[in-house]
Design a protein around this ligand. Structure first.
Ligand code: TXA
Ligand code: MG
Length: 352
């Protein structure tokens, strides 16, 4: 299949209009369109068309029990997709939509079980990125969209990442590299008594607690299946976000971390391996060898979130066989960063 790659132009409304028209037509016709959102790129299909969503699973190589998020462009659509919109959902929609928050609610009958992994709940999100919003409106359908990466790889934050993973497997990619946040939406399950965060993101527990009477975080999110705690979002149990290299997180006081990584890299390079170091603005000049990159500043968790997936993919491009990463603050969006990084590392954390 030839994939159409269409770039949104800053000052060419006429051409942009044609891009949305074409993309909308593809979605209504049961095809696949990748598009930017404020979190990561998504791979969209008509959520109510089972044949179309089956193509998402095939293109990504995604396990069929891993449900999709349904994207909407109008808050009222919440009532079409869920049979049980509670007070908490209304409050959260008011406070955080459009934006990087996904809500899990009891599903309405129109939602096919094939996109909910057989669950009786559905994940719903109203994105704030203007391209996503325009596309959903133009298509006139609810858009089921997981992240637009091959299953298991780091999520895509640039069109080039989507092209690398899915070119030739999907109908169209809308390119607009203004993805800002860089990690996927916060998922909150409202189908149970106490609202529960199933995946951390830019919207934190603290922010949610200002709107909800109570909210907890699923204890499975920072641990692993190995540790015996199974995360509640089906997708969180799989190996995920992983670069080709063997990635290890080194945790401890900054001086110890730098010493450890310097020694380990020297050792690996002596054995002939290519080694990457994921450092920060504050530490990058402290490393003596290896391919050293800053993923952001320790002063801003958001800068690390923004660059994390792109940096993991960049190490792949550089042919890194081992990557040593510093550990990051879990303040604010930092919790989402560490959640993704721990998964990317397959839970290899070296304490020094
Ligand atoms: O920011 C985002 O959420 C991006 C953009 C494209 O919107 N989408 C995204 O989708 O990250 P995906 O498919 O990569 O991740 C969806 C996660 C998976 O871990 C899945 O298991 C979980 O949401 N999920 C979906 N429906 C669920 C449900 N009914 N109950 C529990 N977890 C659910
Ligand atoms: Mg994903």
């Amino acid at each position: 299949m030839k994939t159409i790659i269409a770039k949104i132009q800053k000052d060419n409304e006429l051409e942009n209009k044609e891009i949305y028209r074409r993309a909308g037509e593809i979605l209504r016709g049961g095809g696949l369109v990748a598009f930017p959102t404020e979190t990561v790129y998504g791979l969209g299909a008509d959520a109510l068309d089972e044949k179309a969503s089956a193509k998402i699973y095939a293109a990504k190589g995604r396990p069929s029990d891993n449900p999709l998020i349904v994207h909407i462009a109008d808050k009222k659509d919440l009532y079409k997709l869920s049979s049980c919109v509670n007070d908490n959902a209304v409050r959260l929609a008011q406070a955080f939509w459009p934006g990087p928050l996904t809500m899990i609610l009891k599903k309405a009958d129109i939602v096919p079980a094939s996109i909910t992994g057989g669950l009786d709940t559905v994940a719903i999100r109203m994105p704030s990125h203007p391209v996503a919003e325009k596309l959903i409106k133009e298509a006139g359908v609810y858009v089921a969209a997981p992240s637009a990466n091959t299953s298991g790889r780091p999520s895509p934050t640039r069109a080039a990442h989507v092209i690398d993973d899915l070119s030739g497997r999907i109908d169209m990619i809308i390119e607009d590299d203004t993805v800002d946040i860089g990690v996927e939406s916060t998922i909150v399950d409202l189908s149970e008594e106490v609202p529960t965060i199933l995946r951390p993101g830019y919207i934190t527990e603290q922010m949610l607690s200002q709107v909800l009477d109570s909210v907890i975080t699923d204890p499975g999110i920072m641990t692993s299946v190995k540790a015996g705690v199974v995360p509640k979002a089906p997708g969180m149990k799989y190996k995920h976000y992983a670069p080709n290299a063997d990635l290890a997180i080194v945790e401890g006081s900054m001086e110890h971390v730098i010493d450890y990584i310097n020694t380990a890299v020297k050792e690996k390079e002596k054995q002939g391996f290519k080694v990457g170091i994921m450092a920060t603005d504050e530490t990058k000049d402290r490393y003596k060898s290896g391919m050293v990159y800053s993923v952001g500043s320790r002063k801003s968790e958001a800068s690390v979130a923004h660059n994390l997936f792109a940096q993991l993919r960049a190490f792949d491009q550089l042919g890194a066989q081992y990557i040593y990463s510093e550990s990051f603050s879990t303040d604010n969006v930092g919790q989402a960063v560490m959640n993704r990084l721990i998964k990317a590392a397959g839970h290899t954390i070296i304490n020094v």
